[in-house]
Design a protein around this ligand. Sequence first.
Ligand SMILES: NC(=O)c1ccc[n+]([C@@H]2O[C@H](COP(=O)([O-])OP(=O)(O)OC[C@H]3O[C@@H](n4cnc5c(N)ncnc54)[C@H](O)[C@@H]3O)[C@@H](O)[C@H]2O)c1
Ligand SMILES: O=C(O)[C@H](O)COP(=O)(O)O
Length: 523
Amino acid sequence: MKVLVSDSLSSEGLEILKEHFTVDVSTGLSEEELVKKIKDYDALVIRSGTQVTQKIIEAADNLKVIGRAGVGVDNIDVDAATKKGIIVTNSPEGNMISAAEHTIAMMMAMSRNIPQANASLKNREWKRNKFTGVEVKGKTLGVIGLGRIGSEVAKRASGLQMNLMGYDPFVSEKRAVELGIKLATVNEIAKAADYITVHTPLIKETRNILDEEQFAMMKPTTRILNCARGGIINEEALAKALESGKIAGAAIDVFVEEPPFNSPLLNFDNVVVTPHLGASTQEAQVNVAVEIANEVVSVLTGGTAKNAINIPSVKPEAMAVLAPYIRLSEIMGKIAGQLVDGNYEKVEIGYNGEISGKDTRPLTVSALKGLLEMALGSGVNYVNAPTLAKSRQIAVVESKSESSEEYSSTISIKLSSNGQTKLVAGTVVGDEPKIVAIDDDRVDIFPAGRMIFAKHINRPNVIGPCCMVLGKNNINISGMQVGRAEIGGVTMMVLNIDSDVSDPILEEVRKVDGILDAKLVTL
Ligand SMILES: NC(=O)c1ccc[n+]([C@@H]2O[C@H](COP(=O)([O-])OP(=O)(O)OC[C@H]3O[C@@H](n4cnc5c(N)ncnc54)[C@H](O)[C@@H]3O)[C@@H](O)[C@H]2O)c1
Ligand SMILES: O=C(O)[C@H](O)COP(=O)(O)O
């Protein structure tokens, strides 16, 4: 088997890989070069320097695993990899201490003007007054993102006798108390903290989490740190806040574009910068390289991936069979989650037919991910979905049956919420997910984009007026499916639509005589 290492990797990791496989190290490849090369490889090992795009993944006909020697996977198109059945795995713990220590080092360097004073003295200047700094003791540190690194930063800041505030929608009050952190909103942190440090992944919900609005609330003595990912703090808004003296300084290790040679942040005297060095210690590099090499060896020799990002513990050959069902169950989770109102209480997932004989754990996880994403946003992933369901006291029940009536395999999700239940059933046809039933109504939907699910009475003059409402509001209908029912019976209609439907328009649809309920589902 062949492994391509496309970013620098410590020799300890390379040696492990070389004991088992043919290993090529080739750094600085362009997307085009990787597209050409990748089809020959079974594994790709990267750090943050390689962008693993959809185009590269589509060309990766033999690839079974992408190993990220480090934490951030924002440079990998994880959805495209999942779709192709490629395991994405990382080494989440190996560099956390180094990243936390770097954050503290940056905070101290910024507080005492160490880089500026160092440069000045080496320039044969002796300007002691110019570089008067501030103490951190007794100051408040706001930590946004209280995962592995955020928690380690908090522990160290606590040792420096700082007061701690924190924001993380997935962290319990109990955990915050253990860390000595007072939980607060982002805006409360912006108003009160003397230092603010971000330690979240870069995802939709965290992009620009500190923006103009938050900088406007800050004290002129506030100092900002980003040792997580460029883009979590809006760089332009930060530059404006520094320019206008709205805040006192910043220490930045990561940038939207790396290297950040055009970034305005490089022009300020009160900004300390490092070139993405958070994980650059001898210890961290050995840790992550060894950890990821062992993951790749495990996956390519028929074992599992301990830290798989996209699916838990699945062997590559099993992943190839399960991939379309993983997509199906995630989509079904999303649909079920949008067809009920209120808090989810119980999810019953049934596996029928051939699929019941497979390892269905990843399918349950992806159903939960789809479901919870509807309530919690894109911070939910395949790794945290089961824990999040548990912490929200959502009961998860699986059942299996070897029989499946019409299709070789079907999956059903029955979701209970506030006394209502909703059942969604689906199958895979030619690798594409298909929804085959909603409650008792048999349907035939290839789910995509935005859909309106409308429960209605099967009689003339219901579907027409419903479509008229959408038409007069300039909403194009690109597909329609009506469930089978006797005349006068109740059934489900599913309309694929090309643009968003506002609540008032949906309300108008609901008022059409014969429409019993209408819900918008967005995938
Ligand atoms: N500078 C470096 O070289 C370096 C080194 C290692 C890691 N990192 C980066 O540091 C970041 C944190 O890594 P980690 O290992 O601590 O990750 P982690 O997954 O352990 O923690 C991330 C935390 O962010 C929280 N979070 C998710 N969505 C949120 C939201 N909307 N608002 C607030 N919090 C939210 C999660 O609940 C989680 O607790 C990542 O972006 C990673 O890529 C950078
Ligand atoms: O997410 C990470 O692990 C860090 O940003 C480190 O990235 P690097 O491996 O490119 O140093």
